[in-house]
Structures are given as C-alpha cells and as structure tokens.
Design a binder for this molecule. Structure first.
Ligand code: UDX
Length: 445
C-alpha cells in the first residue's frame, strides 16, 4: 500500500521503516530539514536495535523516502499516519496543537488532491482526539475520509521486534471501509494468529492509556511488596517467582527496582489520571502509583544515607547506567536523573558510565548533578577508588562482572543495586557489602 507517515520521531520512524520493510511504499514527512537530509543518506537519528538494518534495506529498495513536504506525502498516500508529538501542556493535558495543525492542512490537501483516504492517529492522544481531527479536516473539505485510532505498544529497545510481531493490533475505526484498509495493512504482521482488534475510536484511545497504566501499577505494586520485604526480612525475588507462576498474574513486569521511567509510563499515567478528573472521576489508585513511584526513584539514595549515617558529603560514588532502561540512550524520567541530583545535593561526587546514554544524560541532568559528576567510556574506570557503586540501569554488560575484582578496585566494596542484578550468595562470597531492592542486605550489620 502507499503510506504517508507524518512526524519522524520514535514512533513515526519505527512505523515507517517497518511498514516499508514489509513491502509498502512509505513517505515520511518531517519539518526538520537537516534531519530529513540525514535520513535520506541512510542515517538513523535514534538508537534502536535492528532499526538500521530495516532502514538501510528499505531505502536501498526505494520503498522508504523522506520529505519536508506534507503535500508530497499526501498526494501519493492511501493511508496517512500522524505520529506527531503530544507534549504535556501547562494544564497537564496533552498539547494537541501539532496534530490539529496538520489536520487543518490535510483538509486543504483533500481539496487539491481529491479521493478517499484514511487518516490514522498513532500518537498517544487523549480520548476524543479522533473526533477533533475529523472535525478539523471536515471544516476544510467535503471529500470522503476516515479518521482511525491505532495506538502503538512499542517498547524502546525492542520496538522493531514489537512492531514486526505484535501481540495484538488495536484499531479504533468508525466505518467498515477504514477497518478493512487497516486490516489489509496489518495482516502480514499477525500471520502467527495474533489478533487485530477492531473497536470504536474512543475505546481504542483509552486502551493505550489503560495498558500503560496497568503495567505501571503492576511494577509499582511490586515495588511496594519489595519495600515490605525489606521490613519483614523476605526476598522479593522469591515472592515474584511465587506469584508469577499464577497465569492470572503472569511472570512479566514483576521486577522491583528504582521505579518506572521513560517517555510513556510517567506521562500516560498522569494523562489518564487527568482525563478521569476532567470527567469528574477521581482515579485514586493512579494517584498512589504516581506518589509511590516518585519515592521509589530515590529510595536507593535513602538507603545510602542510612548506610553512611546520613553523611554522604565527600563520598565518591561510581554510577553504572544512566538510561531509563537498557538498549536505549533515552534518559527521559530516568531514575538516574533523580538519584544523581539527590547524591550531588547530599555532597557526594560521582563518576558515571552508560554504554549509550552518557551524552543524552548530560543534556538532561540537573546542573547540580553535572557539577558533581565526571563521565567515562570505560566501565571499570568507574570502580577505581570509589567509596561505593550505585547501579541504575540493568544493561547486560553489568550482569556478570568479575565481582571478586571489586574489593581490589574500589576503595570500599559497597554496592547499591537498584536493579537486583547479583545473586546474594555470590556477592557475599566476593566479600561485598551489597544492598539491593526488596532483598536482605549482604554484609551490613
Ligand atoms: C512502555 C510500554 O511497555 C510500551 O508498550 C508502550 O508503548 C510505551 O511504554 P517503554 O517505556 O519503552 O515501553 O519501556 P518498558 O520496557 O515497558 O519499561 C518501562 C519502565 O518500567 C522502565 O523504567 C523499566 O525499568 C520499568 N520496569 C519494567 C520495572 O521497573 N520493572 C519491570 O518489571 C518492568
């Protein structure tokens, strides 16, 4: 099919490249000329495993093109995906101006290049946005079109895989014609039998928020179980295994840690809570989720303060991991931002390493944190002579270091692990003082 993708941020780029890879003709539009120029040369502007390969192949075979002209993309497309930013506005509600401005332009383009098209909202948008986009286009044209909601469920770091083999595709479509077009487009991606779930637009819009909110709640619930484990002397890993085998609960997303971050969970939990409020409903459970998550992000710093009797001044702390999760350079709402800020405020200095996010972190961290931090591209350099190591991201390369070397390299072999990477017995045998989340501490009286 002939597709247009408006906006080449994370979602637009992954969607455009993956649609092209499966044989569609895709034109991606972005207002950023420099970015478009770079993408034309085959440069992928974000780090995402597998995206380079899909990108190169599609550009080589001329199925993936880039332009700054919405008109050029519109002219040729049967389906147009809106993958535009919806940043939180001043009132906490998503700012729809990018989406609605493009909808305005589309109305005029329909008059210039008549013919039925499907306009798809792929950005995460408040309930009712499909109606607003429809109104904006209708205000300018009498041509026939449909507006569809088609939320994405891509995990950063696994976005290509999630796009190519989705567990489900959700489509909110008000007409059979639009539903059929979307089904034809997505069928190659669900050959394994996973469903394409067609529903009304509002339910589809809400599905996206509900999915992220329940996952954030699940993680937060486990973080609270971990906090109880620490107080009663239980081990959250055992509790996780004990409950995860119940298929009603499921094994995934039960890992306690230093809170959820990223570009989706924090924003979407806030947004659905806000929407509920606007409709006169107090979404109490999400209120708690947000409060618990704020505290959880700095809980490891509280443990450090406790260990050092409240005095972190002058301590030199190594930091492993800055990204909000592995396999990405994204640091949005990353716990490391809050942890480094709190450590700096407590008077500690830091040396940090992340395999991908050293630079993005420096662009996002607080000035207080940055003044107290050094960065290195050498993982071992972080350990040399430090009073303690704090682990903020569970990159694979942090999972199996030679723990026996730690006491030789560090000033004192103290690890605060926000991601529960090491076996407790292994840490003890290596002579470490090891404090993790929801598990008994090793070597602490
Ligand atoms: C999420 C959703 O998974 C995806 O479907 C949606 O489209 C966008 O938001 P993403 O933000 O990329 O994707 O990351 P994800 O892997 O879901 O992790 C989110 C956060 O939860 C991370 O901060 C991660 O560290 C945390 N997490 C996840 C836990 O603390 N424990 C877990 O068990 C799982």
């Amino acid at each position: 099919m002939k597709l247009g993708v408006v906006g080449t941020g994370y979602v637009g780029l992954v969607s455009g490249a993956c649609f092209a890879d499966s044989g569609n003709d895709v034109i991606c539009v972005d207002i950023d000329e420099k970015k478009v120029e770079r993408m034309r040369k085959g440069e992928v502007p974000i780090y995402e495993p597998g995206l380079n390969r899909v990108f190169d192949r599609s550009i080589r075979e001329n199925r993936l093109r880039f332009t700054t002209s919405l008109e050029e993309a519109f002219k040729e497309s049967e389906i147009l995906f809106l993958c535009l930013p919806t940043p939180p506005g001043a009132d906490g509600q998503a700012d729809l101006s990018f989406v609605l401005n493009v909808a305005d332009d589309l109305g005029e383009l329909f008059n210039k290049y008549p013919g039925y098209r499907v306009v798809v909202n792929k950005s995460t948008v408040p309930v009712g946005t499909a109606d607003k986009v429809r109104e904006a286009i209708s205000a300018k044209t009498d041509e026939e079109f449909d507006v569809v909601s088609n939320p994405e469920f891509l995990r950063e770091g696994a976005a290509v895989e999630d796009f190519m083999k989705p567990e489900r595709v959700v489509v909110g479509a008000g007409t059979q014609r639009a539903a059929d077009a979307m089904r034809t487009l997505y069928e190659p991606f669900v050959r394994s039998g996973n469903p394409i779930i067609i529903m009304d637009e509002r339910s589809s819009e809400l599905t996206k928020y509900a999915a992220n909110a329940i996952l954030a709640t699940k993680i937060t619930f486990m973080n609270e179980i971990a906090n109880i484990c620490e107080r009663v002397g239980a081990d959250v890993d055992n509790v996780r295994r004990g409950i995860g085998t119940d298929s009603r609960i499921g094994k995934r997303f039960l890992f306690a840690g230093i809170g959820y971050g990223g570009s989706c969970f924090p924003k979407d939990v806030q947004a659905i809570h806000h929407t509920a409020g606007q409709y006169g409903y107090d979404f109490k459970i999400l209120d708690s989720v947000m409060k618990v998550n704020e505290l959880q992000k700095v809980s490891i710093v509280e443990k450090m303060k406790e260990y050092y009797d409240g005095d972190l001044a002058g301590k030199r702390i190594g930091v492993w991991g800055l990204a909000f999760k592995p396999e990405t350079d994204d640091v949005r709402e990353a716990p490391a931002l809050y942890i480094t800020d709190a450590l700096a405020k407590a008077g500690a200095t830091m040396i940090a390493y992340d395999p991908e996010a050293n630079e993005t972190f420096q662009a996002a961290a607080t000035s207080v944190a940055l003044e107290a931090m050094e960065f290195t591209t050498d993982r071992d350099e972080v350990l040399k002579g430090v009073d303690a190591l704090v682990i903020c991201t569970e990159w694979n390369e942090f999972r199996r270091p030679d723990l026996d070397r730690f006491p030789k390299m560090m000033k004192t072999p103290v690890i605060f692990d926000g991601r529960n990477l090491y076996d407790l017995k292994r840490a003890k045998d290596a002579g470490l003082i090891y404090v993790s989340v929801g598990r008994p501490s090793v070597g602490v009286e």
